[in-house]
Design a protein around this ligand. Structure first.
Ligand code: UD1
Length: 375
């Protein structure tokens, strides 16, 4: 089988390439974006030995039609992924994520033989704050008000200021992104659905929760908190937990995510669906820091700052029942086991300077997206 992987040199892409069958023909299109890949101007030797690697912005993908002709499955991973950054670099996110997807579909429309399946790396960011309940009914659009956040009211409340209970995100829940990044992910899903339906191509949109693990680019300050926190703890630097440290996220190990992608790519019967991919457990920021500190074997020097990122959601956890109903049982790697593997890898990497992270915070402050609780 022949696979096209956009963003194949990225964090998840490298894992997918490794897990595809050894006789698979693979074409990777990746821009080697400097924010992710630093100063590297070429693909890593392991990728080059396994795949035909094309260095190109996805928006120029049509230039490579000949190399892509005959693809059976497209795995579309190329995306800008920083939730906070998307709130002030809107046009770049829209260009890369939305226009990039449109260009990919235009290319597919020109192929003599169409792929039978496309797989999209979507995100739980499409749910936004997700669904809540007051104990009786499901409630949507329960956005946190800016004035509440400024007063340190972190949980989602109803109009009577009663705290509502967050529900695990289910694929049937309404989508309502709270960040530009989330919007671009939803548009990617919709664009692909629209096209794939018209061509009878299978579409699998995988809504990833917070993916972490070895090979997650450390020098990118927009890469997620597991890297940020591990780096700070290992180097004895201070770190900051936003809000009251009780934000929850569902951290899913990259090996499990790659398994899910490959499972869908190789699935023998027709498969068109939107599917969550998470560990299925919610963990607070404080718990993450404590667990990393235990594994690194050094104390975590953290403050719970009361600052908050505009557009952040309070709670996120995947309901994995749809995955299990479609694809069988889901036995994800525990956070502890995943972090042990992560640390092993981390210790072989060059340490990242604290300044890179501070600069990203300053950028968010300047643009009014990192605010403080008043008083
Ligand atoms: C992440 C991904 C996004 C993905 C989504 C769902 C990143 C940058 N974004 O968004 O691509 O689609 O999950 O899978 O990986 N925080 C701190 N201190 C810090 C930095 C962050 O407390 O120094 C807080 C944030 O405010 C947030 C939480 O940690 O509440 C997680 O942040 P982050 O790792 O940036 O990821 P998400 O925004 O959840």
């Amino acid at each position: 089988m022949k696979f096209l992987i956009t963003g194949g040199a990225g964090f998840i892409g490298k894992w997918v390439v490794e897990k595809l069958p050894s006789d698979a023909e693979i074409v990777i299109v990746d821009s080697l974006d400097a924010q992710v890949h630093g100063s590297s101007i070429d693909f890593e030797p392991e990728l080059k030995s396994r795949a035909k690697c094309i260095k190109a912005d996805i928006q120029n993908i049509e230039l490579y039609t000949d190399l892509i002709e005959g693809t059976d499955v497209v795995i579309h991973l190329a995306s800008q992924t920083g939730t906070g950054q998307s709130m002030y670099e809107m046009s770049r996110y829209i260009q890369q994520n939305v226009n990039g997807t449109a260009k990919l579909l235009e290319l597919v429309s020109k192929l003599k033989r169409k792929p039978h399946r496309m797989i999209l790396s979507s995100s739980r960011a499409v749910y936004g704050d997700g669904a809540y309940t007051d104990g009786q009914k499901i409630l949507y659009s329960c956005k946190r008000r800016l004035e509440d956040l400024q007063n340190g009211v972190w949980e989602v409340c109803n109009d009577q200021n009663n705290i509502l209970k967050s529900l695990p995100m289910h694929e049937d829940h309404l989508t309502n992104p709270t960040s530009v990044y989330g919007l671009t992910k939803l548009w990617q899903e919709q664009l692909m659905q629209n096209y794939c339906e018209s061509q009878s191509i299978d579409l699998v949109s995988l809504r990833f929760q917070n993916v972490y693990g070895p090979k997650q680019e450390l020098s990118n300050p927009y890469t997620g908190i597991i890297g940020i926190f591990t780096n700070a703890i290992a180097q004895g630097n201070s770190l900051e937990l936003f809000e009251d440290g009780l934000v929850t996220r569902d951290f899913v190990f990259v090996g499990d995510v790659a398994d899910a992608v490959v499972e869908c790519a190789l699935y023998q019967a027709p498969l068109s669906s939107t599917i969550n991919v998470g560990m299925g457990q919610a963990v607070t920021l404080i718990d993450v820091v404590e667990t990393i500190s235990e594994i690194v074997g050094k104390p975590a020097n953290y403050t719970i700052s009361g600052r908050f990122r505009v557009g952040d959601v309070r709670h996120a956890i995947a309901d994995m029942s749809h995955y299990e109903a479609l694809l069988g049982s889901w036995s994800p790697t525990s956070l502890k086991d995943g972090l042990v593997q992560y640390l092993e890898w981390y210790l072989d990497q060059k340490p990242v300077s604290h300044e890179t992270l501070q600069a990203s915070f300053q950028e968010m402050e300047r643009t009014g997206l990192l605010l403080s609780k008043q008083g």
